[in-house]
Design a protein. Structure first.
Length: 253
């Protein structure tokens, strides 16, 4: 099985000054990749981790870019390429609440870096900002909720770094990847993040699950309600029972 490539994390400069009245959901997406990830292969057209436009988790109808662009709750306000690792960034603004959603599409061969960046953001080790629409919003560890979408790379590689919380802040987290509770628990627990939704078994991490979980989250619904919305969406699109979806998608440690 090919090994994903880790890279230096020097591109981030910790920045902590931003408009705290505006909250951010920062989503890390490891693009589906037949070549560089230990996945059951999908059709080549949607499993090219270097092409976000046709990727299962990004450009397809249930990918982050397409699904959220079609949402009645979110408006796309910016789309850009960041670098050779993060192939595209999308910025969405919620239509009624003071929330932004920032989603980064990582080249699938850099799934390990995507996982590291997610965990360092959860711990507060990485903090960044973005100036948009005349305001400065918080990214990475400055976000209120940090999400990971994609293959569970921790099934394939190990992480040696420490992700211990650095600032005593407790962020919320969503991890939509196969068996994410089992594999992410040791790392996420060190970050002191609150796992709102993660998984007990194999799953397809398409955008509808995250979208509907956020619908409840942004309305300040309790964790169980957020989890329930995620499970209902998953059951609908995967055509499984809601009971099965609730057994798959769980909340808390």
């Amino acid at each position: 099985m090919p090994q994903s490539k880790p890279v230096a994390n020097s591109r981030f400069t910790p920045i902590t000054t931003y408009d705290s009245a505006i909250r951010t959901v920062h989503v890390f997406v490891a693009l589906c990749d037949n070549k560089y990830q230990g996945i059951v292969p999908v059709p080549a057209a949607i499993g090219n981790g270097q092409d976000p436009n046709s990727n299962l988790y990004w450009g397809c109808s249930a990918g982050i870019r397409t699904y959220f662009k079609n949402s009645k709750e979110w408006t796309l306000v910016k789309r850009q390429k960041l670098d050779n690792i993060r192939l595209e960034r999308l910025v969405f603004k919620h239509r009624t609440k003071k929330y932004y959603l920032v989603a980064d599409a990582y080249d699938g061969q850099y799934i390990k870096q995507c996982t590291i960046d997610f965990l360092k953001s959860c711990s507060g080790q990485l903090k960044d900002t973005l100036h948009i629409n005349g305001v400065t919003i918080g990214l990475n560890g400055n976000g209120k909720l940090i999400a990971y979408i994609g293959h569970d790379g921790l099934m394939d590689f190990t992480l040696q770094e420490s992700y211990r919380n650095t600032d005593s802040l407790k962020r919320d987290a969503i991890i939509l990847a196969c068996k994410s509770k089992k594999f992410f628990t040791p790392h996420l627990a060190a970050t002191r993040s609150n796992p709102l939704v993660w998984t007990t078994g194999l799953m397809c991490p398409e955008a509808y699950t995250l979208h509907d979980a956020l619908t409840g989250y942004i309305q300040n619904e309790p964790a169980e309600s957020v989890r329930s919305k995620a499970a209902k969406a998953y059951a609908k699109y995967q055509r499984c029972s809601e009971k099965a979806a609730r057994n798959l998608l769980v909340t808390g440690y």
